[in-house]
Design a protein around this ligand. Structure first.
Ligand SMILES: [Mg+2]
Length: 479
């Protein structure tokens, strides 16, 4: 697929033949509906911050400002210590910040790496909604660091308040009302959405929408994205066989909630039993019942979402649904990665050379040990002794040269790695790597997503019955 540019490609972790997929489900927020993220996240940041001040936190918190680039997905939040962590696929903490202060290597090592920790007790930043939430947390942690005693709460209590204020902002409509009133400021209108959905329908796929958002919001957003009525698609719901709102994923996959029918005019819910009506809208429900009522089996369904935990982990593990994850951040990162490709090639070449030098140094060290031992137990004449001494001296000199060469190269390559990381993201480096190893986020994508891409409409570049082939999983010994 080299003829499609990288940011528009669909990548395969596990081979997927779309001709055996009968039904495709879509999450709405950040999957079908892309957000103008900076605007949306700063709105959520501001509205939640207002709640803090209303609840009696210092009024000077209002000077805190939203930074769209500080937090990225895949990080962990240590709520008890107020720290933000970037972790590799083996749970090793590679970068850590307390507020805006970077933890030095030894503190980071003592806290997290010397004896391990339970990542389960940390919060994982999986959703785009969590970015502004965590950034606000980190800003308050920083405020507490710079103004000791100003907020007499533990970091965990602050986080608990934060969750409550965010829920409140959602419940009282502070965030969603603003989005619904000024839709064009917050939601990206992707002209390719309609042709993509049509392409799938013409390709014989049945589509469904499965979102955690409520009916009113879903209806507003979808009407904005698919406004044109045509003979075949008079309403946005006509693109989908079923629309399920308020799904409560991941509970939708683990629980046994019943489906309620949504009265589309009023948004009111009605008890529901029996099969699901084509083109109908429902609230709640569960995956087991969904499969039964729609007469489908797990691996005939492809589900596309942006949230590892909510959308693809349980659907894959428990129901064997095939999965696609949208990793929107990669779109920008691919451009930067491409520009930095020559640096990466040089770094990898240098590391290979360093490994060679390291082995040569070990061999010479062994040789010196043997010579020195021979000298200690030497019983022969003086001539042989000075010969041995000369040999030791020569070998030590060669070793010294190699060690200097190695150290210089290591200094240079680690500087180059750091510069490259900084060019990708000034704080956290590459999204899917920590230095040269895969990040925890990358490991999750590999484990739970059959395919991944930067935006859902990239499908338009492929056939509705495309064979997505995983060419060969590689192991370190392949290189
Ligand atoms: Mg989503």
């Amino acid at each position: 697929m080299t003829f499609i540019k990288k940011s528009s490609r669909i990548f395969t972790n596990r081979s997927l033949n779309m001709s055996s997929i009968k039904s495709i489900g879509f999450d709405m927020d950040h999957t079908i509906a892309r957000y103008h993220r900076e605007e949306f996240e700063s709105l959520a940041f501001r509205k939640t911050l207002e709640k803090f001040i209303e609840a009696g936190y210092p009024a000077s918190l209002s000077s805190l400002s939203f930074d769209p680039n500080f937090v990225i997905r895949g990080l962990l939040v240590d709520m008890d210590r107020g720290n933000l962590l970037k972790v590799d696929g083996h749970k090793y903490v590679k970068v850590a910040y307390h507020g805006h202060k970077k933890l030095d290597k030894s503190t980071r090592h003592d806290l997290y790496n010397s004896s391990g920790y339970k990542a389960d007790s940390f919060i994982s930043i999986d959703t785009f909604f969590a970015l502004s939430e965590v950034q606000l947390f980190i800003e308050i942690v920083d405020y507490m660091r710079l103004n000791p005693g100003s907020i007499k709460k533990t970091f965990r209590d602050v986080y608990r308040d934060l969750r409550e204020f965010i829920d409140l902002s959602h419940r009282d409509g502070s965030i969603k009302d603003e989005v619904m009133t000024n839709m064009e400021n917050y939601i990206v209108k992707d002209k390719q959405l309609e042709p993509m959905l049509k392409k799938f329908i013409e390709g014989g796929k049945k589509l469904f929408l499965l979102t955690n958002s409520d009916w009113t919001y879903t209806d507003k957003v979808m009407s904005y994205l698919l406004p044109k009525a045509s003979e075949d698609f008079q309403r946005w719901q006509d693109y989908f066989e079923y629309t399920i709102v308020g799904a409560g994923k991941p509970n939708f996959f683990t629980g046994s909630n019943p489906f309620y029918e949504v009265m589309e005019d009023s948004g009111l819910l009605k008890q529901h039993s029996g099969s699901l009506k084509l083109g109908g809208s429902y609230h709640g429900g569960n995956a087991k019942l969904f499969e039964k009522l729609t007469n489908q089996k797990g691996d005939q369904i492809l589900y596309a979402g942006d949230h590892i935990y909510g959308d693809i982990m349980r659907s894959k593990e428990l129901f064997n649904w095939r999965t696609l994850v949208v990793v929107e951040e990669l779109e920008e990162e691919f451009d930067r990665l491409e520009k930095l490709q020559p640096e990466l090639a040089t770094i990898l070449e240098m590391i290979k050379e360093e490994d060679k030098l390291d082995m040569e140094a070990s061999t010479l060290q062994g040789k010196i040990m043997t010579l020195k031992r021979r000298r200690t137990y030497h019983t022969g004449d003086h001539n042989r002794l000075s010969k041995l001494d000369r040999k030791i001296e020569e070998t030590e000199e060669t070793l010294g040269n190699i060690v200097t060469q190695l150290e210089n190269s290591q200094k240079k390559s680690s500087r180059m790695i750091k510069d490259r990381e900084k060019a990708l993201h000034p704080i956290w480096g590459e999204l899917l790597y920590t230095s040269l190893e895969k990040s925890r986020f990358a490991s999750q994508i590999e484990s739970y997503a059959c395919i991944y891409t930067t935006k859902i409409t990239n499908f338009l570049l492929y056939s509705a019955n495309q064979k997505f082939r995983s060419y060969r999983d590689s192991m370190p010994h392949d290189f």
